[in-house]
Design a protein around this ligand. Structure first.
Ligand SMILES: *Cc1c(COP(=O)(O)O)cnc(C)c1O
Length: 378
């Protein structure tokens, strides 16, 4: 059997050990040190140099801190893209707030601005207290960000950008991770760059960065003894893992080129297959890092099924994955309100993520192309 082709495996560049070694040599094997400072500075420069960066233990920790910094607490409502990974919804629950799930729109698969506004109006009419919005740039594709920002402004809501999958993507030339009041990145093992596990919170200024670090390091007041006047968290990134990130971020642009080349490969492959649509940038305002290339099968073609394609790939030892199961369909979140139609529900039924690693070889691509050509009979 040929070796397994993974969906999005880590891609190390061979230099990661250098900064890890440095951390050991200097004895800074704690959640403080030069690697953290340097990694934060590199991320800051990567996204335009204007926002402040706080490295944390995960993207989920970053989302949780964003909600805490936004003052979200019991009884508040947070409008959240339904079509995404569970982390955002979970962190809303951590704060004992209520998630209000919003459908996607078909061109980016991200939060639908029209349903968002309908939901806000309806919540207010019901006497509820919507306070914040979490939107996502899924699979690297920027959302319809201008429209979402103007709704947030109109109703005076705090805006949180879940850019876990979209570092290096841009919207109207501006980096993802810089929109809204707070944003987050993830450096989990499956993301475009990794620290094995980690994340970052992006803040608009230095005093908010300092506040985030304070909360992420157990909220210790200034005192010779341990003194606490607020609830703290142990969310800071380790200086060892930041050493991995420091090396990884140097090759971000190459990684994006590779992922975009994968996307081009799939576009060419599916070009003549009418049954399949590859998610593409709607226009030049959207630049995706194409973390994952995603497709969906046109429902009109009932001969072809997502499950069948998934199975054919699996039989050839190729990993693929159904698109996100919407949060409002998850057993754990079923009780919460949902505003929308069936855009994300349909994507869940008909869509698939294809192998998109930046280390996908030409041989891997041949194997994938073979399975797909056989299945679609071309
Ligand atoms: C990966 C991911 C997260 C969570 O990041 P972790 O670092 O794994 O905690 C949050 N949101 C989205 C959309 C993600 O893909």
């Amino acid at each position: 059997m040929s070796s397994k082709i993974w969906l999005s495996p880590p891609h190390l560049n061979g230099h990661e050990m250098e900064y890890i070694q440095q951390a050991f040599d200097s004895n800074w094997v704690a959640p403080v040190g030069e690697n953290i400072d340097e990694f934060e500075e590199s991320i800051k420069q990567t996204i335009g140099g204007k926002n402040e960066v706080v490295c944390l233990s995960s993207g989920t920790a970053a989302l949780h801190l964003a909600l805490i910094m936004a003052g979200i607490s019991k009884g508040d409502e947070v409008l959240c893209q339904s079509f995404t990974f569970a982390a955002a919804a979970n962190t809303i629950i951590y704060q004992r707030a209520t998630p209000i799930f919003i459908d996607s729109e078909p061109s980016t698969w991200n939060m639908c601005p029209a349903h968002l506004e309908t939901a806000i109006k309806d919540r207010i009419a019901r006497g509820k207290n919507p306070k914040a919005i979490i939107f996502v740039n899924l699979y690297g594709m920027p959302a319809k960000i201008d429209e979402i920002i103007s709704i947030a402004k109109k109703y005076n809501l705090i805006l949180i950008e879940d850019a876990a999958e979209s570092i290096g993507s841009t919207y109207k030339g501006k980096s993802c991770g810089t929109f809204g009041d707070f944003a987050i990145f993830s450096f989990n093992g499956n993301k475009i760059i990794t620290t094995s596990g980690g994340g970052a919170l992006i803040c608009p200024n230095l005093s908010l960065k300092q506040k985030a670090i304070f909360l992420a390091t157990q909220a210790k007041d200034e005192a010779p003894h341990y003194q606490h006047s607020t609830i703290g968290y142990n969310y800071r990134m380790s200086n060892i893992l930041a050493g991995i990130g420091r090396t990884q971020i140097k090759v971000l642009q190459e990684r994006i080129q590779n992922r975009r080349a994968n996307h081009q490969f799939y576009q060419n492959l599916f070009h003549t297959i009418n049954e399949v649509k590859v998610l593409e940038e709607p226009n030049i305002n959207f630049f995706s890092n194409f973390w994952l290339t995603t497709i969906h099968i046109n429902k009109a073609y009932s001969n072809f099924k997502r499950e069948a394609l998934f199975t054919k790939l699996a039989e050839a030892n190729i990993e693929s994955k159904p698109l996100w199961k919407p949060m409002h369909l998850q057993p754990v979140f079923q009780e919460y309100p949902y505003y929308g139609k069936k855009v994300c529900e349909n994507l869940f039924v008909t869509g698939l993520c294809l192998p998109s690693g930046s280390n996908l070889s030409n041989k891997d691509k041949e194997r994938i192309a073979n399975v797909i050509s056989v299945y679609f009979n071309i």
